[in-house]
Design a protein around this ligand. Structure first.
Ligand SMILES: Nc1nc2c(ncn2[C@@H]2O[C@H](COP(=O)(O)OP(=O)(O)O)[C@@H](O)[C@H]2O)c(=O)[nH]1
Ligand SMILES: [Mg+2]
Ligand SMILES: [Zn+2]
Length: 325
């Protein structure tokens, strides 16, 4: 088949070996592309030096060669401004030499919205913190969305105040009643926004509320486990206004941020920063070391016990022996 011209496009969704892209100068057109063989070959050649599972992800800007029949071939993936990752799940074939690989969720994101609920599913601060820390370590502006405000209780306000006091933007809203939707609309305007969080917290419902024609699948919470079922199966980007793109992500139970070293973890807990400078040792992990500014601040009641608990739990599961690119 003859290849006619090269143009720039953005990846909107991926299904198996098909990459659905929209040309940058004509976002209304959806084209089905494959990956050029050379890209795949280069990728497998470098395989044992790479720590990622993904050649091309949603959000990538790519070069495409257009075939006469309207389909295309992706010949190059542009360097990413940023990428949101997590550790790839421990599944067969996705890990070499016992190390955990990087799974890239999406790239070139302006804002990350971490969605949580307080009931159905129950709120878990450690889960919220893992998502927030993954955002911080990817260098993406991260906003907390407390959805299902119609089900809030007295504790919800305390959590809202805590995350506000740390410096996060927090949006309280309900995809069911529409409460808070204007605030969210203002925040997403003109940006590429990714919605992330546990299954069942209402990510797809929020996107439907923002743009009803999307009509994304949503699901009831399983009565047995009180958790969301995995309705959204793939990462998908949608354009809902000029330069406003939103990305729906599949339900995950929990995530482990990728590429964080034990000695760096504390820096991503934003409110720890001013105390870290007071630690006696540069390599302090704020766990047991004498002269630790973070522990002193905790004992003085200046830091939240919950956040410190989150921190310790993450510290335990942070693997320091990984080799990075
Ligand atoms: N009460 C209440 N239920 C909601 C709200 N938003 C979503 N839900 C329900 O929560 C369930 C899971 O929603 P879904 O959008 O599929 O969650 P996702 O897995 O995060 O995409 C569905 O039954 C929704 O109807 C809300 O604001 N209030
Ligand atoms: Mg969903
Ligand atoms: Zn310390």
């Amino acid at each position: 088949m003859q290849e006619t011209n090269i143009s720039k496009a953005r990846v909107f969704r991926i299904e198996g070996n098909s990459y659905f892209v929209r040309p940058l100068e004509d976002l209304a057109t959806l084209m089905r592309c494959s990956l050029k063989g050379k890209l795949k070959n280069d990728f497998s050649l470098k395989r044992d030096k790479l720590y990622t599972t993904d050649i091309c992800v949603v959000g990538d800007i790519v070069d495409i060669l257009t075939n006469a029949d309207g389909s295309g071939v992706i010949s190059k993936v542009d360097e990413r401004n940023n990428q949101l990752s997590r550790k790839a799940p421990r599944i067969k074939g996705a890990s070499y030499r016992g190390e955990r690989l990087e799974q890239v969720i999406a790239s070139n994101i302006d804002k990350l919205f971490v969605v949580m609920s307080f009931k159905n599913p129950e709120f878990n601060y450690k889960t919220l913190d893992r998502f927030l820390i993954a955002g911080e370590s990817s260098g993406i502006e991260t906003i907390a969305v407390f959805n299902k405000s119609d089900l809030f209780d007295e504790d919800s306000e305390l959590w809202y105040d805590l995350y506000k006091s740390i410096g996060y933007k927090v949006i309280s809203m309900s995809a069911k009643t529409g409460y808070g939707i204007e605030e969210l609309e203002k925040e997403i305007h003109g940006s590429t926004c990714l919605f992330w969080g546990s299954s069942g917290v209402g990510k797809s419902s929020i996107l439907n509320k923002l743009h009803p024609v999307l009509d994304l699948d949503t699901n009831e919470i399983s009565e047995k486990t009180n958790r969301g079922k995995h309705t959204t199966v793939a990462v998908k980007m949608f354009t809902i206004g000029e330069d406003t793109h939103i990305i729906d992500t599949p339900g995950v139970r929990e995530i482990e941020p990728y590429g964080i070293k034990k000695s760096d973890l504390g820096h991503y807990f934003l409110e720890f920063q001013e105390y870290i400078s007071k630690c006696k040792y540069n390599s302090c992990t704020h766990n047991h070391e004498p002269g630790c500014g973070v522990i002193d601040a905790l004992e003085a009641g200046e830091l939240s016990e919950f956040r410190y608990d989150s921190y310790l739990r993450m510290l335990e599961t942070t693997e320091d022996d990984m080799i990075f690119k």
